[in-house]
Design a protein around this ligand. Structure first.
Ligand SMILES: CC(C)(COP(=O)(O)OP(=O)(O)OC[C@H]1O[C@@H](n2cnc3c(N)ncnc32)[C@H](O)[C@@H]1OP(=O)(O)O)[C@@H](O)C(=O)NCCC(=O)NCCS
Length: 383
């Protein structure tokens, strides 16, 4: 007999119309193109804050006083180093491994060297959040040095996250403008509501697993081209087009084949992504300063065509579109772009884990079974 289907509450494929958590971290109005962290608009933060201050804001839901910020930065810097055994694990990875695969493994392996890995008290989780924030850039830089056959560069505790990352990556002191450019990108990417990777982190931590598992889950989720992987694909597209004279044919060809143009569209924003709005002006300045204005001009032309062809559908540039040229202008390898996104979003992920555990409930939606019923089991010899 066919069992009657249980009455399911509500079908929402993609969960676009489901509110699965409360947050005090970021507010998004997709129709108006607004993003705020703890009530402060993203433009003000990008212009005036730093990544460390932004993370303090997200984790404490208020801006720090000067002494608090200084203490927070000192705590982060004291956690830059990773256990010597992690060095061996980095060296054991194939040099050909894509950096996001390496990052997923390395974030996970940090748990082995943290005695508090399974300690779920709020205090322990804040300490682990800090460690993850501080060590993720070190892991990315170490893996990049390893794959290029270069020696590791020890982190410098006297400088902030963005500057220290560029130092560990290149073994050369970045200019102030380069550090600031990266710092701004980190501020812009730090949190964004219940995006796919943040949701994944909250699902994991809601089982009362641990923060390392949650951030590992989040890294794996961010990797997809429909999420954090888009910035790399934007840059690959720009390099493939190669010249501004080829932009029109390329984009029109893609649209006529119903292919996606990476760096456009957003599940939540149906107006201009405010992060892209800020980065558009900023990317121009960085591209001009670094001799990459041709790439910027190509981006502008793509935006013009997309505005003409698809803006009626609510498709505008997203944060990945102009961050791609910014990262490229900073001399960063294309396949590190998503890792840098992860390095920033650790701030948001960890904050959401803390928030989830403050009022935890297991996250467990239902699936609508659409397969057959009453099928007879056939012994293996008879199949
Ligand atoms: C982000 C994204 C997954 C959002 O998807 P979504 O909310 O499900 O949007 P939809 O698929 O409903 O898109 C609505 C319409 O716009 C079109 N569209 C969406 N994004 C597009 C893009 N990047 N290029 C061209 N057309 C696009 C869809 O084909 C669809 O057209 P249709 O109504 O004629 O079928 C999607 O826009 C996308 O894949 N973008 C490219 C990847 C990217 O940049 N991701 C980073 C996000 S920060």
């Amino acid at each position: 007999m066919t069992p009657s289907a249980p009455s399911l509450p509500f079908r929402d494929k993609g969960l676009a119309n489901t509110v699965a958590a409360e947050t005090q971290m970021s507010f998004i109005d997709g129709a108006k193109g607004v993003l705020e962290y703890v009530g402060i608009d993203i433009d003000s933060l990008a212009r005036q804050s730093t990544f460390e201050e932004t993370v303090f804001l997200l984790w404490n839901r208020r801006l720090p006083k000067a002494a608090e910020l200084q203490a927070f930065c000192a705590s982060v810097r004291s956690e830059y180093e990773v256990d010597a055994r992690v060095h061996d694990i980095v060296r054991a990875l194939p040099r050909s491994t894509p950096p996001m695969h390496a990052l997923r493994t390395l974030v996970s392996c940090l748990a082995h060297f943290d005695r508090e890995a399974d300690e779920n008290s709020p205090e322990a989780n804040r300490r682990k959040a800090l460690r993850l924030l501080a060590k993720t850039p070190t892991l990315i830089a170490m893996f990049d040095r390893h794959r290029k056959g270069k020696p590791f560069i020890a982190p410098d505790r006297s400088i902030g996250i963005a500057e220290n990352f560029l130092w560990m990556l290149n073994g050369a002191r970045p200019t102030e403008a380069m550090s600031r450019a990266l710092d701004i990108c980190l501020v812009l990417h730090a949190d964004h509501g219940l995006n796919a990777s943040t949701f994944a982190a909250r699902v994991t931590v809601a089982t009362l697993s641990d923060m390392y598992s949650a951030i590992t889950t989040a890294v794996g989720t961010l990797k997809g081209p429909l999420h954090g992987g888009a910035n790399q694909e934007v840059m690959e597209m720009l390099l493939e087009i190669g010249d501004i004279s080829k932009v029109d044919d390329y984009i029109m060809g893609k649209l006529s084949r119903k292919e996606l143009v990476m760096g456009f569209g957003h599940r939540v924003y149906k107006a201009y992504d405010p992060r892209a709005g800020f980065l558009k002006t900023f990317a121009k300045q960085v591209a001009t300063d670094t001799g990459n204005i041709t790439l910027y001009d190509m981006s502008r032309r793509i935006e013009e065509i997309m505005a003409r062809e698809v803006s009626a559908k609510g498709i505008y540039p997203n944060v990945d579109f102009y961050s791609a040229t910014t990262y490229y202008s900073l001399g960063l390898d294309l396949d590190l772009f998503t890792c840098i996104f992860a390095m920033s979003r650790v701030g948001g992920w960890a904050g959401h884990c803390i928030e989830q555990l403050e009022a935890n409930r297991l996250i467990r939606p239902q699936a609508d079974y659409v397969g057959p019923h009453g099928v007879k089991y056939v012994a293996i010899a008879q199949r």
